[in-house]
Design a protein around this ligand. Structure first.
Ligand SMILES: NC(=O)c1ccc[n+]([C@@H]2O[C@H](COP(=O)([O-])OP(=O)(O)OC[C@H]3O[C@@H](n4cnc5c(N)ncnc54)[C@H](O)[C@@H]3O)[C@@H](O)[C@H]2O)c1
Length: 257
């Protein structure tokens, strides 16, 4: 079947089954886009009603086949890719002396860093071929600062940020912009995955100058901005969407009330 010619942007969103990725895919759809929603968890894709504008696609981003497959799915359906959002990620607590430290480190790097490398490797040529567009890597404040007992996540997100910068340089001449959104704490299930207690959550909020966590929809707005023509002279940038966390020196406690 020949690919259909469409007007709205053609996007691929990894980790689109839940949280920030899902909110991003929904925002593209609301704005008239066409989206391949990719996720490793088939059941998480249940929200995607297959339609002329939405294609659910099961893909593990740590594997080359998953990345090649999701790009091919967009090309088969709509003949081009304009925006690739690399949002799939895992956050595991890691202890230096823990029995699972090496396995947790390797898996976290495989999804959060290798997954970004593979996404760019397969997505950038397709975007360039279609005349240019954008890749948005979803990293984290944890990629520019460190957290207690999260060294694997910290390392993986720092790598994701510099992969994006390197790709921005390598692909600029072929019209592919590569930028990063670095979210701060955002209300999704990933925080529960790290077994964050209610006390930790309260502490997280205390450290956010804006005084609250983000919603997935707020992160989606930042991602869609960097993936839009409005960001036409931006590449290699890291947009902190963190309520002011990384603006702080952390020497003095924040004002109360
Ligand atoms: N929520 C936060 O507080 C926060 C803060 C900073 C950065 N982030 C980053 O934002 C991104 C999205 O996080 P979220 O909070 O929406 O998480 P989430 O757990 O709600 O959603 C992540 C989605 O990614 C999918 N996924 C996991 N591993 C995958 C793989 N190997 N291949 C494909 N899909 C996979 C999951 O199935 C899930 O649907 C992640 O990269 C995360 O590190 C989140």
């Amino acid at each position: 079947m020949a690919a259909e010619q469409v007007d709205g942007p053609v996007a691929i969103v990894t980790g689109g089954g839940a949280g920030i990725g899902r909110a991003t895919a929904e925002l593209f759809l609301q704005r008239g886009g066409h989206v391949v929603v990719a996720d490793a968890a088939e059941e998480a894709l249940g929200w995607v009603v297959e339609s002329p504008r939405a294609v659910p696609f099961v893909a593990d981003v740590s594997e080359e086949a998953g990345n090649a497959g999701m790009v091919q799915a967009a090309l088969d359906r709509w003949g081009r890719v304009d925006v690739l959002v690399l949002c799939a990620g895992i956050a595991r607590r890691t202890s230096w002396e823990g029995e699972d430290a090496v396995e947790a480190f390797d898996r976290t790097m495989a999804v959060n860093s290798r997954g970004v490398m593979l996404g760019i490797r397969h997505g950038a040529p397709a975007i360039a071929e279609g005349g240019g567009g954008s890749i948005v890597v979803v990293a984290s404040t944890s990629g520019v600062r460190a957290d207690p007992e999260r060294f694997a996540y910290n390392a993986s997100k720092a790598a994701a940020i510099n992969l994006a910068r390197a790709a921005a340089i390598d692909w600029a001449h072929r019209g592919v912009h590569v930028n990063v959104v670095a979210p701060g704490p955002t209300m999704t299930s990933i925080l529960q995955g790290g077994k964050v207690t209610p006390e930790h959550l309260a502490e997280l909020t205390r450290n956010i100058p804006l005084g609250r966590m983000a919603t997935p929809e707020e992160q989606a707005e930042a991602i869609c901005f960097l993936g839009s023509p409005a960001a036409s002279f931006i590449t290699g940038a890291v947009l902190m969407c963190d309520g002011g966390i990384t603006a702080q020196a952390g020497i003095f406690p924040p004002p109360q009330g």
